[in-house]
Design a protein around this ligand. Structure first.
Ligand code: ZN
Length: 217
């Protein structure tokens, strides 16, 4: 065994099919290596991931604030705006969606290889704060008001449905979706029955159902 022999951890079909053991690399092929188990000397071929994960900065925006974390990812992997991944921070594990990719030279792009990315700009999507504009239904146009509601990212809004959050009650009239959301044919959504999940929503427009209840008198 030469001192420069590369060593890798892979399972051994002979002595350890479930747990990785240390192997020497005897020969490199394309995507496949010939290796020898250091436990039992069995020689076999194995597929090996050459690349090691690289660490990248991740900026997470959540409820109007942001913080910086790091993530490990394979350098050859292609990432794109709109994709989601699980981010582990010392404080929490959260799902984030990529909103922008910043390359080494301050350039921004929609799609890149991990190795070219300097900073991932993301936002948390497992729990989100949704902006809602509620319009009065009795003609007082100036009195439209904005509220923010906290919901799970998968909470579904549907045009034509009545939503109730605390003291607020409104019928959803239209939904503006975010630029990083995919799978929507129109923006804003305005047909009865159109739906969007909260994490895709830029703003919900609703008609006040609280005031119409008593203005009917
Ligand atoms: Zn072995």
């Amino acid at each position: 065994m030469s001192e420069t022999a590369e060593r890798v951890a892979v399972t051994c079909p002979s002595c350890s099919p479930d747990v990785e053991t240390v192997h020497e690399v005897l020969k490199e092929g394309s995507g496949q290596f010939t290796v020898r188990c250091t436990e039992c000397s069995h020689v076999h071929k194995t597929a090996i991931e050459r690349e090691e994960d690289v660490e990248r900065d991740v900026i997470v925006s959540q409820d109007g604030e942001s913080f910086t974390a790091t993530a490990d990812a394979p350098p050859e992997e292609t990432v794109a705006v709109g994709e989601e991944f699980v981010l582990e921070t010392p404080e929490a594990i959260m799902v984030v969606r990529i909103t922008d990719l910043q390359l080494g030279d301050e350039k921004r792009t929609d799609e890149a290889k991990v190795e070219d990315v300097e900073t991932f700009w993301t936002r948390a999507v497992d729990n989100v704060r949704v902006n809602v504009t509620i319009n009065p239904t009795d003609g007082r146009r100036d009195d439209s008001r904005g509220v923010k509601i906290d919901v799970p990212g998968d909470y579904e809004f549907e045009v034509g449905e009545v939503e109730e959050f605390g003291d607020e009650k409104f019928e959803v009239k239209s939904i503006a979706v975010r630029d990083d959301a995919t799978g929507y044919d129109f923006n804003p959504l305005g047909e009865k029955g159109d739906t969007a999940v909260a994490k895709d929503v830029k703003r919900v427009y609703g008609d006040d159902e609280t005031s119409s209840a008593w203005s009917a008198w």
